[in-house]
Design a binder for this molecule. Structure first.
Ligand SMILES: [Zn+2]
Length: 357
């Protein structure tokens, strides 16, 4: 589903109703079923706030995020099931449990095993039936307790996140998943002289695999040269192999051919950021900036791969493939090696000091 400016009909009305309920402004004349400028502006504001790609168009990710954003704690019963229940009600629950000193894992709006364990811990501590169900009784207990402190900080979660790092002694045995973007029938961005993002990222990934492997890391790739798994499949692979970190590789693009530089992304929403993801992103960004690339800094995003992975994950976008000069770089094996060496040195630093003292 892709719905954008000029669209009409029931789907547009549904999008507008959700945006209005979330407090966004849509002009009266557009309401009911016309995707006009104020609807596009509201979609852009929503995308900006939720860390999505900001294009004013409702594609599958934005639609899923709109649906998730519409849930409030108490709207439905929450429990552990497969696939996991997702939504802002889960995020509220995770924040509440974290404030109360229980450990729900990351505040990511996904009701997974750790959230379920935290719910049972809460129920046991407060003398409730220990069924792992967030229904009337548990909701009442959660609501009746005083709020502690500021919800934007989650001390328990961050402490557990530190404790859960298994390798704090260098790169030997570190499990690294490398995720070269796109592949197979999906070339990703194609540069002005035909360089494909999928090929360039795969070549960089192979160099990175060699550099990390030489340092003693156990490296897994999410795809072969000719395959294109979904982001969820890539995240599932990282979770299944028990990766310590994930490094995804993509190129950036821009309508302006002059846009240039490297940026690194990690998991975060407006209330929570992965502390170790941010640390890894800072190290990677600092290392690649030393190659003479314009420093586009690090940013928190909720992209599926960053969100669905249970360990520090970063997405490095070293260059703009839409820039002819940077396209040449992305086709240069020497640059691939230098970039891989820089990222590998960042991983080495991270493995020995995953948090700032
Ligand atoms: Zn890409």
């Amino acid at each position: 589903m892709v719905i954008g400016p000029g669209a009409r009909g029931r789907a547009v009305r549904d999008i507008q109703q959700r945006l209005l309920a979330l407090g966004y402004i849509i002009e009266e004349a557009e309401r009911h079923d016309s995707y006009g400028p104020s609807t596009a502006e509201a979609v852009r504001a929503f995308q900006q706030q939720r860390g999505l790609i900001v294009d004013g168009i409702v594609g599958p990710y934005t639609w899923r995020e709109l649906v998730e954003a519409s849930w409030r704690l108490g709207d439905r019963v929450l429990y552990l099931r497969s696939p996991n229940i997702r939504g802002d009600d889960v995020r509220e629950l995770q924040e509440r449990l974290s404030e109360l000193g229980f450990d729900p894992g990351r505040i990511d709006g996904i009701f997974g095993g750790q959230a379920a364990t935290a719910v049972r811990d809460f129920q046991r501590n407060y003398g409730l039936p220990e069924d792992g169900l967030v229904a009337v009784t548990t909701l009442r207990a959660l609501a009746g307790l005083p709020h502690l402190g500021h919800p934007s900080v989650s001390p328990v979660t961050q402490i557990r996140e530190r404790e859960s790092l298994r390798h704090a002694d260098g790169m030997a045995g570190l499990r690294v998943v490398i995720d070269p973007g796109h592949g197979g029938a999906d070339p990703g961005i194609v540069g002005p002289s035909g360089v494909r993002e999928s090929d360039a990222m795969f070549a960089i990934a192979r160099e990175l695999e060699a550099a990390l492997g030489a340092g003693g890391a156990a490296v897994y790739m999410t795809r072969d040269a000719d395959a294109s798994p979904s982001d969820r499949e890539r995240a599932a692979l990282a979770n299944d192999v028990g990766a310590d970190i994930v490094i995804a590789l993509h190129a950036a693009s821009h309508g302006d051919a002059g846009a240039a530089g490297a940026a690194t992304y990690y998991y975060g929403n407006e209330r929570f950021a992965s502390e170790r993801g941010a640390r890894l992103a800072d190290l990677v960004q600092a290392a690649v900036s030393e190659l003479g690339l314009t420093n586009g800094r690090t940013h928190a995003k909720t992209w599926p791969l960053l969100r669905e992975t249970r360990m520090p994950a970063v997405q490095l976008e070293p260059c703009y493939l839409t820039n002819p000069e940077e396209e040449r770089r992305l086709a240069d094996p020497g640059f691939h090696r230098r970039l891989a060496a820089a990222v590998s040195s960042a991983v080495r630093t991270f493995a020995s000091s995953p948090v700032l003292a």
